[in-house]
Design a protein around this ligand. Structure first.
Ligand SMILES: [Zn+2]
Ligand SMILES: [Zn+2]
Length: 549
């Protein structure tokens, strides 16, 4: 097979489909995409809400709930507990050959409830979403096995930490991004096995270090200079870490060091073979893959773990031989589906659990041979499914992902807007919608009036509402949070937690390459850093290995 060049039906740019991709499309049994990687990933990620937490009520029982779903939605919302119970049954519809199938599926979508929260088996995690087996967490999203975390995002086994984004196995830490196996780390990025550190970048196996980069196996370093234990402690004691102003200038200094002094690899991949993309760990033959772990033969994918033989997928945890899906947990031979758990041999499923051989269903549990949630015999199912596929082929909708108008919220409150920021106008042209943020000015204290140092803050702060100068959103300081700041000498945050998370995410949302010359050997390389970040020392893999690792 040769490389196939296609024109994206959405942005009209050309894109190449490699022989390996063509092979995978064939193996999975989905057609070659008509959209480029960017346009199809954007559409899939528009089904993954990154909304603001709000209070609401269950449409089943009236019970109060906390959700990231927007206040006005076109489907009922039940509490997750109610949703997983047997207290209701999903409505079924007859197929009408006179109407486009996806129009009917959208009608069904509007009759079937969605759970207020994604996740299961949590204790005291009401103000969280996409949360699994966690305890005492607050205003956090996308997390497994975490405890006592506030303002976390995409975290695994993190404990007793605040403002943590994309970190695993980390404890007692604050304001860290892309850090693994760390303890008592603050204001750091891309570190592994770091203990008692602040303002560290790309450090491995370090302890008691401050304002350092590219360090390996060190202790008592400041600005990459070695000190004795006594000198280090003396120097560190001179800093006013509890002062907001002092932290801002340290952050500026840290950024300058990252730009001018630190050596950067072309990507953040670890333990990969025959793979390319960014933020890959333990991957074999994962191509055009991002935020992907422990997987093989996975093509054109964003954010997933443990997959094999898949193509054109965003959000996946343990899936095999599937294509053009989003946000799936478990799954085998799944196509054009979204938010399903442990489903197999099915197409066009939304929010289904433990189903197989189903087509175009919503919110269905443990069913076989259903279409638009209606039960058929195996023979009836196969006949009707084939008839529907024929009609979809005629209207051009077969083999494509759910259209934008079937998403659960406005585009601006989804993951898509993080990776692919868009204007309201463009999204509406694509059939999507936009959440208009309320113009109501939140009442409360402006954070610019806060005393500079944490030592000047008294307990009454926990009863006050603070207003974020950027979003205008109100936020609070919880008593537990205040003790954390005091204990670790951290000034109070000035911005809303979502804004802080989004700022951290910006540094780990890069999925396109920029051209550079290796700082050392001058060879032409492609690296995942936008040119405007101004990184001066970007190294090819072998020069990085020689000079840093
Ligand atoms: Zn495109
Ligand atoms: Zn080089």
């Amino acid at each position: 097979m040769e490389v196939l060049t296609k024109t994206c039906e959405e942005c009209r740019k050309n894109f190449d489909v490699t022989p390996d991709e063509l092979g995978m499309y064939e193996q999975v049994g989905v057609p070659v995409s008509d959209q480029c990687f960017r346009c199809r990933s954007k559409q899939q990620l528009a089904f993954w809400i990154f909304g603001k937490f709000r209070k609401g009520k269950s449409d089943l029982s009236g019970q109060s709930l906390i959700t990231v779903l927007p206040p006005k939605v076109r489907y009922p919302v039940y509490t997750a507990k109610e949703w997983f119970s047997d207290d209701w049954e999903a409505v079924a519809m007859d197929y009408d050959p006179g109407k486009p199938f996806l129009t009917q599926l959208k009608e069904l979508q509007e009759k079937v409830p969605r759970p207020h929260q994604t996740g299961e088996n949590n204790v005291q995690c009401d103000w969280c979403d996409d949360v699994w087996e966690c305890k005492n967490c607050y205003l956090s999203r996308s997390m497994i096995h975490c405890e006592d975390v506030s303002y976390g995002y995409r975290i695994l086994r993190v404990k007793d930490s605040l403002d943590i984004t994309y970190c695993y196995d980390t404890e007692r830490s604050y304001d860290c991004t892309y850090c693994f196996n760390c303890f008592n780390l603050q204001y750091s990025f891309n570190c592994r096995n770091a203990i008692n550190g602040k303002f560290l970048f790309d450090c491995r196996n370090v302890q008691d270090c401050f304002m350092c980069w590219n360090l390996r196996n060190k202790q008592y370093c400041i600005l990459n200079q070695q000190y004795s234990k006594e000198e280090y402690q003396k120097k560190i004691a001179e800093y006013r870490f509890g002062s907001y102003q002092a932290i801002q200038s340290l952050k500026d200094e840290w950024q300058r060091n990252i730009q001018d002094e630190a050596v950067h690899r072309e990507n953040f991949n670890v333990k990969v073979t025959a793979s390319h993309g960014n933020y890959l760990t333990n991957c074999n033959r994962c191509v055009n893959a991002f935020y992907w772990e422990d997987s093989e033969n996975s093509y054109n994918v964003i954010r997933g773990v443990k997959t094999k033989n898949i193509i054109d997928v965003t959000g996946s945890w343990e899936m095999e031989l599937s294509g053009n899906t989003a946000d799936m947990v478990g799954g085998y031979q799944m196509k054009y589906s979204v938010w399903c758990q442990h489903c197999r041999y099915s197409e066009y499923l939304d929010l289904c659990v433990d189903c197989e051989y189903c087509f175009g269903c919503v919110g269905l549990k443990k069913k076989r041979y259903a279409i638009l949630n209606k039960q058929y015999t195996k023979e009836e199912y196969e006949k009707l499914r084939d008839q529907i596929i024929e009609s979809m082929k005629k209207d051009g909708s077969y083999g494509k992902f759910f259209p934008y108008d079937m998403a659960y919220s406005g585009y601006n409150v989804t993951q898509a807007n993080i990776f692919f920021p868009e204007t309201k106008e463009n999204i509406e042209k694509l059939g999507g919608s936009w959440e208009d943020t309320e113009d109501v000015k939140a009442e409360g204290q402006s954070t610019s009036e806060l005393p500079d140092a944490i030592t000047e803050i008294d307990d009454s702060i926990t009863t006050q509402a603070l207003v974020c100068p950027e979003t205008g959103y109100r936020f609070n300081i919880a008593p537990r949070e205040l003790s954390f700041y005091r204990e670790h000498s951290i000034p109070l945050p000035r911005f809303h937690p979502d804004k802080r998370t989004l700022n951290r995410l910006e540094k780990v949302s890069i999925i396109s390459l920029s051209p550079y010359a290796c700082f050392f050997c001058k060879k032409d390389i492609q690296a995942y850093y936008p040119l405007e970040w101004g990184y001066k020392k970007i190294a090819c893999e072998s020069c990085y290995q020689q000079n840093v690792a």
